[in-house]
Design a protein around this ligand. Structure first.
Ligand code: GCO
Length: 255
């Protein structure tokens, strides 16, 4: 019998960018902890496949296909949650993309695309969620950062800037919302086995660098984020605000 402190029974969670990868792993873990899940993605076919897969496991899951970078679409999505009587208790801002290019070769369109998807979306979605959480005096916002929330790597400047912003946006959210019963925190994944990283995983030199630089001597598995996500989604973190929990095999702790 797991400790009721970590139970998410009776809670609704929205996870952005959760058709696959880290978002789907986190959504699955929150569902296993008892939450009702709303998956999100822009590709409705892929989204529905993931919804069906989780429903087949007996979880309470629906899908909401909207572009988290499109302000009007975000506002409309929350208005439809309202009209459906859905209250979002837990928001996980996971949507993110990667674009690798040296700064001097980087075009501004791709800069904005990464910043919009990885950072501005967290503002847009959290603003709508918090408008509804504040009167209820309870809520959880979990922003997915990265090792790059605190460290830089060559050729991933927009991703690094966005993830650094995620860390400090989380602190700003805590500053405004903690007194109203809303806990805003972040998770900083390390090098995880995801589609986004496949090119790196397949690169023997990069693969051995990750394994040498990480105390755990391996890449992380998406499901290894679930513990931190359930903790930050549950009553167990009622007095935790503005923090980032690195789930990175120890990479950010060593030189
Ligand atoms: C890269 C990777 C990283 C990881 C992760 C590390 O190109 O270095 O994509 O950004 O995805 O964010 O925490």
């Amino acid at each position: 019998m797991s400790n009721p402190l970590f139970s998410l029974k009776g809670r609704s969670a929205l996870v952005t960018g959760s058709s696959r990868g880290l978002g789907l792993a986190i959504a699955t873990g929150l569902a296993e902890a008892g939450a009702s899940l709303i998956l999100n993605g822009v590709n409705s076919d892929r989204l529905q496949e993931s919804v069906a897969a989780l429903q087949a496991k007996g979880f309470s899951v629906t899908g909401a296909a909207f572009d988290v970078t499109d302000e009007a679409a975000v506002v409309a999505a929350f208005e439809s949650f309202d009209s459906d009587g859905v209250e979002i208790d837990i928001l996980v801002n996971n949507a993110g993309i990667q674009y690798r290019k040296p700064i001097v070769e980087l075009d501004s369109a791709n800069w904005h695309r990464v910043i919009d998807t990885n950072l501005t979306s967290a503002f847009l979605v959290s603003r709508e969620a918090a408008k509804r959480m504040l009167p209820r005096k309870r809520g959880k916002v979990i922003n997915i950062g990265s090792l790059m929330s605190g460290l830089g790597r060559a050729t991933v400047a927009p991703y690094t800037a966005a993830k650094g912003g995620i860390k400090t946006l989380t602190q700003a959210m805590a500053a405004e919302w903690a007194e109203h019963g809303i806990q805003a925190n972040a998770i900083g994944p390390g090098y995880m086995l995801t589609d986004m990283n496949q090119a790196l995983i397949d690169n023997p030199e990069f693969d051995s660098w990750v394994k040498g630089r990480t105390p755990s001597r391996r890449w992380g598995k998406p499901e290894e984020l679930v513990g931190a996500a359930v903790f930050l989604s549950s009553d167990a973190s009622a007095y935790v605000n503005g923090q980032i929990i690195y789930v990175d095999g120890g990479m950010s702790a060593v030189i």
